[in-house]
Design a protein around this ligand. Structure first.
Ligand code: ADP
Length: 238
């Protein structure tokens, strides 16, 4: 890996509540290098969403260290953390989360709102991002006029428009039929081939098997990391 990893977790633990405490994550450690495409898999309740929130600095861990581009997130105050998030991390969610009253172009341009980019430049870059996801001709539409797959493409364009160091996707195909899901996966692979670093949560084992690296969670622990060089956790023999 050249330079710092884009994302580095060391001994990350997350405990919710006290009576009794729920260990959502236990001593999770792994790094993601520039240009990787990683699937986080595991059954419901295994800690995937908690991990995504902590990787995205939306939540702080109970203990352990989260570094984004070499910066220890715990050393930043809330304002600095939002800025880091706005600049370095793009989010894609299962439910798209698009503003329905705004056009597709405005939705994508809003991905740059907190990065201090002037409006004209926001729209220019939004058009560029829409072109990358194959929706250049839908810029003036409202999201309500689009199919589910097209809405997810808009959400992906919004995540990419700020050229983040890493894109975190939470079940990006979870709300789509299998053909549409496959086309979104095709887009994710294409963006990764173009250089984007992407970590995606999925409970679809078959889909994850086709990705270059898989990290499997069980009861909040990493039980498999197919990239054994990076963590020392070995994939079990089959
Ligand atoms: P997954 O995304 O794999 O389904 P989660 O990260 O949502 O798993 O949950 C992991 C564990 O942490 C579960 O036992 C869940 O009930 C618990 N948990 C998650 N969020 C909270 C919370 N805000 N408060 C209390 N427990 C939580």
């Amino acid at each position: 890996m050249s330079g710092d990893p884009v994302l580095d977790l060391a001994g990350v633990t997350k405990v919710y509540g006290e009576q009794p405490p729920v260990h959502a994550l236990r001593e999770v450690s792994f790094s993601v290098g520039r240009g990787e495409l990683v699937a986080i898999v595991g059954p419901s309740g295994s800690g995937k969403s908690t991990l995504l929130h902590i990787m995205g600095t939306l939540e702080r861990p109970s203990s352990g260290v989260v570094r984004i581009g070499g910066v220890d997130a715990a050393r930043l105050n809330d304002r600095e953390l939002s800025l880091l998030r706005a600049r370095e991390i793009g989010f894609v969610f299962q439910q798209f989360f698009l503003a329905e009253h705004a056009t597709v172009r405005e939705n994508v341009a809003d991905g740059l709102l907190y990065a201090g980019v002037p409006a004209a430049e926001r729209y220019r870059r939004a058009d560029e991002a829409l072109d990358r996801v194959g929706l250049a001709d839908r810029a003036r539409f409202k999201p309500t006029k689009l199919s589910g797959g097209q809405r997810q493409r808009v959400a992906i364009a919004r995540a990419l428009v700020g050229r983040p160091a890493i894109v975190l996707a939470d079940e990006p195909t979870g709300n789509l039929d299998s053909a549409t899901g496959a086309s979104i996966m095709g887009l994710i692979r294409e963006l990764n081939a173009g250089g984007a670093t992407i970590v995606m949560i999925t409970h679809d084992v078959a889909l994850a098997e086709r990705l270059p690296r898989r990290i499997r969670l069980l009861d909040g622990e990493v039980v498999v990391d197919s990239d054994r060089d990076r963590t020392g956790v070995k994939e079990p023999a089959r």
